[in-house]
Ligand binder design. Structure first.
Ligand code: 1PF
Length: 323
């Protein structure tokens, strides 16, 4: 077996976990026989935008470590002009594979995984770009308030910061491509492994397209399809945190009914129309857990403004541990 050296530490490669265009994820052992996941990105053929997207993802992942245990741990990383190595926490199984292998889901396990997913997504919404820039703006304006600099200079710099923060307000701080393959089971809880910034990672070559869920429409919110203002590949400001609520609702729908709401529609165009068509009623077969039924119905509301929020979902009676 080959080995990898990251920041002077040697790791033994056990197997490849998954691969994307220019990236691969390996399961490795360190000298103390600790298990890690290493994400390797080959930058030789990567264009500057791709390189930037990876650096962006590392920055985000590094920044979010401190806020929640539901974000995969990033222990170290090494960036050169030709490659990136990210030393991360290794999970047992991604949620997509887990869902495919499980016919029935234990209701308590489902409830626990739901809480983990909500906490992970709330973390990237709360501590994404938006809050960094607001914190910057607020802290700087407070310092200016108490400093002795002449007013004209002060007002000018507040204006600059205001423009800066408003611009960031428009740039999505949401994942906007959530699906089960973005979550991994580590011991008994779910953790988010990427933020939809860098290119997709598929499982190892043996598993074909369907496993990696790359480009699946099954979790896409209606507003992302209707949003004509965004060019392909551009983060559109119309996508809000509510888009992630729709995607999480689709994941939970799958954990409840064994399939996503529009999975039976195989033609991709027909599927897109169904997702945005208000007359296409999503079926909610009756289940014992009435609270869960309510959660699903409130997540899968086509109008993002009427859709339930992450904060309301975390306060929802479904997550109370009475049952
Ligand atoms: C199909 N087969 C795959 C291996 C194994 O499942 C996983 C094990 C570990 C993990 C993982 N841990 N830390 C991880 C840190 C980053 C990325 C990670 O995966 C990336 C990508 C791997 C393919 C599936 C989608 C996620 C990471 C993830 C899947 C068993 C099922």
């Amino acid at each position: 077996n080959e080995s990898i050296v990251i920041k002077g530490k040697r790791f033994l490669v056990l197997k490849m976990i998954g691969r994307g265009g220019s990236s691969k994820v390996y399961q490795v052992l360190d000298q103390r026989n600790q298990l890690f996941a290493v994400k390797y990105v080959n930058l030789e053929e990567a264009d500057p935008q791709t390189v930037e997207s990876y650096k962006n993802e590392i920055e985000h992942l590094n920044h979010l470590q401190q806020y929640s245990d539901q974000i995969i741990k990033l222990y170290d990383y090494e960036i050169t002009n030709s490659y990136i190595y990210m030393l991360m926490e290794c999970g047992n199984l991604d949620l997509n594979t887990w869902l495919r292998n499980r016919k029935t889901v234990n209701p308590l396990e489902r409830k626990f995984y739901w809480k983990n997913m909500l906490e992970a997504v709330q973390t990237i919404h709360k501590h994404g770009y938006l809050s960094i820039c607001l914190e910057l703006y607020l802290s700087s304006s407070v310092t200016i308030m108490f400093s002795k600099v002449p007013h004209t200079q002060t007002l000018h710099s507040i204006r600059v910061l205001l423009v800066f923060s408003v611009t960031f307000l428009c740039v999505g701080i949401v994942h906007s491509d959530l699906k089960p393959a973005n979550f991994v089971i580590v011991n008994a809880s779910l953790k988010l492994i990427d933020f939809g910034i860098a290119n997709r990672i598929q499982p190892d070559v043996t598993s074909i397209m369907k496993d990696s869920q790359v480009g699946t429409l099954n979790y896409m919110p209606p507003e992302a399809i209707k949003d004509t203002s965004s060019q392909p590949g551009k983060a559109s400001f119309k996508i809000s945190t509510k888009g992630d609520v729709w995607s999480l609702g689709c994941i939970m729908y799958c954990m409840t009914y064994g399939k996503t709401p529009f999975q039976t529609i195989t033609n991709q165009i027909t599927k897109l129309h169904a997702i945005i068509d208000p007359t296409h009623e999503i079926e909610f077969p009756d289940i014992a857990e009435k609270d869960l039924l309510d959660v699903l119905k409130r997540c899968l509301v086509r109008n993002p403004r009427e859709r339930i929020s992450i904060a309301e979902l975390l306060a929802h009676s479904y997550l109370k541990l009475q049952s």
